[in-house]
Design a protein around this ligand. Sequence first.
Ligand SMILES: [Zn+2]
Length: 111
Amino acid sequence: MVARKWETDVDRLTGNVLEELRAQNAMRGLGLEDDLLAGIAEQVAVNVDYAFECRWAPRWVREGQPHSWMEVVEGEERFHSECLTCGWLSQPARTAEAASHAFQAHRDAEH
Ligand SMILES: [Zn+2]
């Protein structure tokens, strides 16, 4: 069973909008609660998708490479890799290198 972080493209869009709202909240010192930002992100994503039929297209990921990202959880950086062939997700790693290594091991074993 492959654990997926996102079930739909709208989930990915919601996460992307939420990341930007969090960044703007921090940079502008707005002090808005994360629950409020999450609610705004979800409504924006649903409305954009309803009007435009958005589809996730990670054009920045090269063939054979993972979709990689970092998030901050309770003040600590967590790095992730996602296999775009099968949807496999790495466990949260403390370094980008560790997440990349996990992806390579997955790729070597499964593809
Ligand atoms: Zn895979």
